[in-house]
Write a protein that binds this ligand. Sequence first.
Ligand SMILES: *[C@@H]1O[C@H](CO)[C@@H](O)[C@H](O)[C@H]1NC(C)=O
Length: 402
Amino acid sequence: MGLLDLRCAALFVGCALARGAGARPPLSPLPPSRPRPSRTAPSGPSRCGMPRPLPVAPWRPRRRPAAGSAPALLLLLAGGGGGAAAGSQEPVAPLERIPCSRDAPDLGFAAMCAWLEDTCKAKGTSRVHVASFPHGGAPVRGLGVSSDVAKGDHVFCIPKACWLNEDVLPDPFDDGPGTHCTSNERMALWLANEVKKGPESFYSPYFPVLPTEEAYRRFHPAYLEGFQLDESVDLWKMWLGRLHLCHGGRESPTWAEVKLTYVWLLTRQFGGVGMTPLADMPNTAPEPELNVQQILNHGGDFCLKALRDLPAGTELLVDYGAPHHSPTLMFLIYGFALEREHHNVTVPSAEEYASAEYMLSPRDGCAGLRPPEFQLPPDAGPPLQNLARFAARHCRAPLDEL
Ligand SMILES: *[C@@H]1O[C@H](CO)[C@@H](O)[C@H](O)[C@H]1NC(C)=O
């Protein structure tokens, strides 16, 4: 086990926020997730934490106008996108396949796919499409393969040129006067500025396919308002509190803009790689159903590799780190959780707690969310309703049953 692995293990167990001004530099508040390391490519991006992309409406669809008609902005989907399972957002309307090509009927997706091919020199992107796939009996938007892919093949690969991580920040990056930002916070500031640049930004074709604040407000715990979570599980309060210090009330980018890019980062970046277009679109599922693995190929490109034969039409399912997360941690990060048996429900030892910067154990993960103390207020907004659905599934057992 190398140094990096140790650090990752500590991060995971520690699940990280500075306990105090110790000798340790403040850890970046990256949510812990550590999918099984790749067997074929131990140096792949799964070496460290691999926060998985969020399985939610990843872009604002713009339907290609029919010839002769005025360009129109139409919402292709009614709902807020779908999650893979329990506590997820509303299901989407069934969706026709949208191929990843410059001719895709969705203008934003078409532009991104063209950019991936022309500018990023990505390979294999035309082998995938967006469509709705059944999860828990409801259609959920995800990424599928359009032609057969053999076990061991790379479905697609995205070169470093189009990854978004700290390496692309100007050096030195000016946090602003008097601020001390962590790496994710600095990234969030920079990213918010990139988004504001519009077409001037190199990454502009990526941004329109990412979730909007409006989409997150339909389900995500980062946008839970009007409800006080128990301190012990209020990770977003902690994360956003720190981000707030980094932001320092500056006029531009605004707080709302930085919060959005920060939520992107915490829910979509890959350990050691960063945010990666297209690779951040597949959904997840219980571990035995995962059918692609994130690896770096010999050229250092970030690829999804087929773990088994994938017949045309198969949905790509990637690891979001569920087996290492308690249900509550999974829910807080992504806005959904799988069934309990697919998460880590081992109560940490006293030692693990002691060495942890912060921790969510399955024991305290339901603090304040069990009946009868948890009551849904009548005017609950969508993120709170989503939380209530999660609590109804995961937080019914009395404490001593956990
Ligand atoms: C599950 O959690 C326990 C307690 O924190 C930890 O010791 C163990 O390594 C975790 N297992 C996995 C697979 O992450």
